[in-house]
Design a protein around this ligand. Structure first.
Ligand SMILES: *Cc1c(COP(=O)(O)O)cnc(C)c1O
Length: 461
C-alpha cells in the first residue's frame, strides 16, 4: 500500500510515513494510490477486530496483523461502550450513531485513540521523538491530549482560538497535568490556527529540527480509523440495506471517511449529506462550485466553525480524476485570492459523487435540540442537532438515515441548558480528565510567535 499526494509533488510513501507526516511535503494531502477492496466485516466481530481488519488493509505490509489487532484493542479498550459506535433509534427510519463514548466525549476520540497507539508503537521502534502540532476548533485538541498525555515519544502542541471554544472543551486539553502537553490560545479564529499549522509545515528546516508531525483531520490515519464505523453501521443494518449518512461537518474528515469506506466496498452505496452551520462555504462549493474563504461566524456548534474544509482537497482530487496538476493549480490560486470557481471538469464530477449538504441556522440548532428532547427525552449536542435537523428536512428517501452523533451533550452544557432546560453533568468516568488545574498561554495569531514558543519547548527538553 502506497500513499500519494493530492498535489503530485512528493514521492509515494507507505502507511506509517503518511500517518507520521500528517501533511505531504508538497503541501498536499496523502491518499491511497488505489483504494483496497476490503471484505465486509463478519457477523460477531468485535469493534477492535473490525478496526484491525480495515486498518490492516490500509497499512498493507507496514504493520503485522497481530500488532494491528493489539493496537486496536488498546485504542478501543478505554471506550465506555463496548460497541464503540452504537446505533440508537431516533425516529422512524432514522438512527443516531453515537460516536461520543470515548475518553473526551467526542467522535475525535475514535481516530485519536488509535493514532496515540500507532505513534507510540512506531516511535518506540524507530527510537524517535516528535513534536505533534494540532489546531483545534474544540474537540481535536482534547482528544489529542487524551491520546498523548504522558507519552514518552511525543510533545503535543495544541492551538485553539482563544475564547471561541466551550469551557468544557478547553478543560479536556488544558488540565491533563502532563508536561508533554502544551496549550496555546491564539487571538484569532480556527481558520487562522489551521493556516499557521499549514505554514509551519512549509518551513522545511523547522519541521526537521523539531520533528514536526500533525494529527489534524488531514492525517490519513484519522480518515482510515473513521471509515471503520461506517462499515459497522452497514453491517449492523444489513449488508444491502440502503443508508443515508448525515454528517455534522467542519473540516469534512468525517464525511470523507464515509466516501473512503464506500470506495473500499464497505457500504452498499454512497449517500452522505454534510450538515453544516452558518459557516456554510462547504455547502456553497458542493452546490455551486464556488469555493471561497470567509470570516467565521460564532455558532452554537463551534467545532464546525470552519470555512476552509481541509479534506475537501481529497474530494476535489477524486472529482478531477486524480489530476494532481489541476489540484495544485487550484489550491495555488485559492491561497492567493481565497476565492475560486471550480473548473467544470471538477465541478461536474463533484456533483455526481453522492455528497450533498444542508445549512442549519443558529436558532434552528437550539430549536432542534429542544424538539429532540421533547420527543425522545434525550439531550443531544448542538453539532448532532445540526445533523438531526438536516435529516428531518432532507428529501424523503427509501434509505435509512444514520445521523452521526459527534459529541456528548455534556461537552456543551450551557447550550443544552439554554435549549432544553436540562442540566447535563460530565459523566463520572471523565471527572479525572477535567479536574486538574488549567494551564495554557495566550499568544497572538502569528506564525513566528508560535514557532518561537515551539523552539523554546525543544530547547527546554
Ligand atoms: C470535529 C467535529 C465535527 C466536524 O467533523 P469534521 O471531520 O471536521 O467535518 C463535528 N462535530 C463535532 C462535535 C466535532 O468535534
Amino acid at each position: 500500500m502506497k500513499y500519494v499526494s493530492t498535489r503530485g509533488g512528493s514521492a509515494p510513501v507507505d502507511f506509517l510515513t503518511a500517518c507520521l507526516a500528517g501533511l505531504a511535503p508538497d503541501g498536499g494531502l496523502y491518499v491511497p494510490e488505489s483504494y483496497p477492496q476490503i471484505a465486509r466485516p463478519e457477523a460477531g466481530m468485535s469493534y477492535p477486530e473490525v478496526a484491525a481488519h480495515i486498518l490492516g488493509a490500509f497499512a498493507g505490509d507496514a504493520i503485522s496483523a497481530d500488532t494491528m489487532l493489539a493496537l486496536c484493542e488498546k485504542a478501543y479498550g478505554g471506550f465506555a461502550h463496548e460497541s464503540v459506535a452504537p446505533l440508537v433509534q431516533l425516529a422512524p427510519n432514522r438512527f443516531l450513531m453515537e460516536l461520543h463514548h470515548g475518553p473526551t466525549l467526542a467522535f475525535k476520540d475514535v481516530a485519536m485513540q488509535f493514532i496515540g497507539q500507532l505513534y507510540d508503537w512506531a516511535l518506540e521502534r524507530q527510537g524517535k521523538r516528535m513534536t505533534i502540532i494540532c489546531a483545534t476548533s474544540g474537540d481535536t485538541g482534547g482528544a489529542a491530549a487524551g491520546a498523548f498525555a504522558g507519552s514518552k515519544h511525543v510533545d503535543l502542541v495544541i492551538l485553539h482560538p482563544h475564547g471561541r471554544i466551550s469551557p468544557v472543551q478547553r478543560l479536556f486539553m488544558t488540565t491533563t497535568g502532563a508536561d508533554n502537553v502544551h496549550n496555546f490560545a491564539l487571538e484569532g479564529d480556527f481558520d487562522q490556527c489551521q493556516s499557521i499549522v499549514k505554514a509551519l509545515f512549509a518551513e522545511a528546516g523547522f519541521v526537521q529540527q523539531v520533528g514536526l508531525s500533525g494529527v489534524n483531520s488531514i492525517n490519513w490515519a484519522r480518515i482510515a480509523a473513521q471509515s471503520v464505523y461506517y462499515a459497522t453501521a452497514q453491517a449492523n443494518m444489513g449488508a444491502d440495506h440502503p443508508l443515508r449518512f448525515i454528517v455534522p461537518s467542519g473540516n469534512m474528515g468525517d464525511a470523507l471517511a464515509g466516501y473512503v469506506a464506500a470506495r473500499c466496498g464497505l457500504l452498499s452505496g454512497f449517500d452522505v449529506m454534510c450538515a453544516v452551520n452558518e459557516n456554510d462555504t462547504l455547502r456553497e462549493v458542493l452546490e455551486t462550485g464556488h469555493m471561497r474563504r470567509s470570516t467565521t461566524i460564532a455558532t452554537p456548534s463551534p467545532a464546525m466553525d470552519i470555512t476552509v474544509p481541509s479534506n475537501l482537497e481529497r474530494v476535489l482530487f477524486e472529482a478531477s480524476g486524480r489530476d494532481a496538476d489541476k489540484i495544485s493549480a487550484l489550491y495555488g490560486a485559492f491561497a492567493q485570492s481565497g476565492d475560486v470557481e471550480l473548473p467544470e471538469t471538477i465541478a461536474g464530477p463533484l456533483g455526481c459523487m453522492g455528497f450533498s449538504a444542508r445549512t442549519v441556522r443558529n436558532a434552528e440548532t437550539l430549536g432542534e435540540m429542544k424538539r429532540v428532547h421533547a420527543r425522545t427525552d434525550w439531550a443531544i449536542c448542538p453539532h448532532t442537532a445540526v445533523g438531526s435537523l438536516a435529516a428531518e428536512r432532507a428529501p424523503v428517501s427509501n434509505a435509512t438515515d444514520i445521523v452521526l452523533a459527534t459529541a456528548h451533550p455534556a461537552k456543551f452544557p450551557e447550550t443544552v441548558s439554554e435549549a432544553t432546560g436540562v442540566q447535563v453533568g460530565i459523566p463520572a468516568r471523565c471527572s479525572g480528565a477535567v479536574g486538574g488545574e488549567e494551564v495554557f498561554s495566550v499568544l497572538p495569531a502569528d506564525q513566528s510567535a508560535v514557532r518561537e514558543h515551539i523552539l523554546g519547548l525543544a530547547a527546554a527538553r
